[in-house]
Design a protein around this ligand. Structure first.
Ligand code: GLU
Length: 528
């Protein structure tokens, strides 16, 4: 048994990593995490992050997917150093533009007897599958098939000249202990006997398959580390063998296969269905499927801040070793440690995602809330101005920040998204139209004597000329003092309709004198 162990000395090598999506649809949130980990690793080693498009499977190509992926990273603030849309001296970076390069390397393997040409039609393969239990195209079966190992060189030449379609298969020697030296998982051993002779190239479209293109490009682009999802671990032994077949073992990258993202509840891989069922997106941006027209929700459109998404994703499969949760991208670059990533899958905690958004939202300057808040109000058919909106945000923001009371209890306000503001701020823009007879706050604070108190209060308010907070205070505070009244809760019922909202003077100043008095009149008449 032969052993291939690649303990490569990385000290001399420049770190170059790549994120290499296939444009087969919207980018899954797990793919975003993979790109993020590549980014963090590259930056902390002063290395390069390459953006490569792996589009050799034309049957799975989806228009718009590439643009979607680029826009997603723009939004998230994850920057690439070179690649599609970024340039660089190792291009082109779109695999469909590298056909001639791959052909040369396929020919090299054929010339060296490390690959062979196979003519088996899908029907012939199907027949063999029926004949032989657990059929696999490998050392035990390849000599039963129609390929350049069983046909003469003349027959092969003739068939190609006749235009017969063929594939090129990788000749895998059985019984080799292939070792993938994974930075997260340690040594992973696979016996080559379980691998099949993978197709590397198809004559039909003159394109290589993922495996060949991926290895050739990683080599030519001088990729030093391959950091990708766990789903690619089964391909890694084949990739190690390809590196060896080309004679490139000295420059083989180190591998790191990241843990899977798991369902929030139950077992198994996170899927779009989990998101649909539990109401969270699994894509960074909203995606409009060009074929079905189906729309899938995105983190951006749901009101997430990109910094919150990045922070949340960074901690799915890695942590800094203490309980620090909030980190900027720069901090993550410093703290990230690829070798400390978990081997086990990471449960996708979407409630935690909303918590992160809350944390980032409350740290944002007020004005940055305004565009989303404005959009929200427009959706509700409310006419307002950015100035008014900024004013409401200012008043309400204090109310949504997590605070610790004197007994040390944490109170969390459930504002995770700007859209959560609507039910809490509706009264700024819409006057109460009715009063809930079951509302505890109303029951407690609207009494027999309230009508007369509120009527007197209205009279005093009408006399206030300067309706600013200070202007009102100057007149109302002494009056309240002198009368020994506490009109605040009943006043709140008039203006808000229940027991919520900001400071009353601030609210009445915002509404203005006319609207304040109108709402009070309506409450007095309605509640009686
Ligand atoms: N094109 C593969 C993908 O879609 C890349 C896998 C790899 O990183 O090797 O994820």
């Amino acid at each position: 048994m032969r052993k291939i162990i690649e303990k490569i000395d990385m000290s001399e090598r420049k770190v170059r990593v790549r994120f290499a999506p296939s444009p087969t649809g919207p980018l899954h949130i797990g793919g975003v995490r993979t790109a993020l980990y590549n980014y963090l690793f590259a930056k902390q080693h002063g290395g390069d992050l390459i953006f490569r498009i792996e589009d050799t499977d034309s049957s799975r190509f989806v228009p718009g997917a590439e643009e979607y992926i680029i826009e997603s990273f723009n939004w998230l603030g994850i920057k690439f150093d070179e690649g599609v849309g970024f340039g660089g001296k190792y291009g082109p970076y779109r695999q469909s533009e590298r056909r001639d390069i791959y052909k040369k390397y396929v020919q090299q393997l054929l010339d060296d007897g490390k690959a062979y040409i196979a003519f088996d039609t899908p029907e012939e393969l199907e027949t063999k599958r029926k004949e032989i239990e657990n059929f696999q195209y490998d050392a035990s079966t390849r000599l039963l098939m129609r390929n350049s190992l069983t046909l003469s060189a003349e027959e092969v030449q003739k068939m190609i000249a006749d235009g017969r379609q063929y594939v090129v298969r990788f000749l895998i020697k059985p019984g080799v202990d292939v070792v993938v030296d994974d930075m997260i998982r340690g040594e992973v051993h696979i016996n080559s006997s379980i691998l099949d002779d993978k197709v590397l190239f198809k004559s039909a479209d003159q394109l290589p398959t993922y495996h060949l293109a991926n290895i050739v490009d990683d080599h030519l682009m001088e990729v030093s580390h391959v950091i990708r999802g766990e789903e690619w671990l089964p391909s890694a032994p084949l990739h190690v063998l390809l590196y060896e077949a080309f004679g490139w073992t000295d420059t083989m990258p180190r591998f790191a296969h990241l843990p899977l993202l798991l369902k929030p509840v139950g077992n198994g891989k996170l899927s779009k269905r989990d998101g649909d069922k539990l109401g969270f997106p699994v894509f960074p941006l909203e995606w409009h499927d060009p074929k079905s027209g189906e729309v899938s929700s995105g983190y951006r459109e749901k009101g997430y801040l990109p910094e919150a998404v990045v922070n949340f994703l960074a901690l799915l499969g890695w942590n800094p070793g203490n309980d620090q949760e909030l980190m900027t991208l720069e901090e993550m670059v410093k703290l990230f440690d690829l070798s400390k990533c978990s081997k086990n899958g990471a449960k996708f905690d979407y409630v935690k995602a909303a918590w992160f958004n809350h944390q980032y939202l409350i740290r944002q300057p007020d004005d940055s809330w305004v565009p989303s808040f404005d959009k929200l109000l427009r959706e509700q058919g409310i006419e307002s101005t950015p100035e008014k909106e900024a004013e409401v945000v200012r008043m309400m923001k204090l109310k949504v920040i997590e605070y610790v009371d004197s007994l040390g209890n944490k109170h969390k306000r459930n504002i995770s998204f700007v859209s959560d503001l609507w039910p809490l701020t509706k009264f700024f823009f819409v006057a109460p139209e009715s009063f809930d007879s079951e509302d505890k706050f109303i029951k407690k604070n609207w009494k027999e004597e309230t009508v007369s108190e509120m009527s007197q209060f209205m009279q005093v308010l009408s006399s206030v000329e300067d309706f600013s907070v200070e202007g009102q205070k100057a007149v109302i505070d002494p009056w309240v003092e002198q009368k020994g009244l506490r009109p605040w809760n009943a006043w709140r019922i008039c203006l808000v309709g229940t027991g919520q909202g900001p400071d009353m003077y601030e609210l009445s100043a915002f509404l203005g004198k006319e609207e304040t008095l109108r709402r009070m009149r309506f409450a007095i008449d309605t509640l009686g």
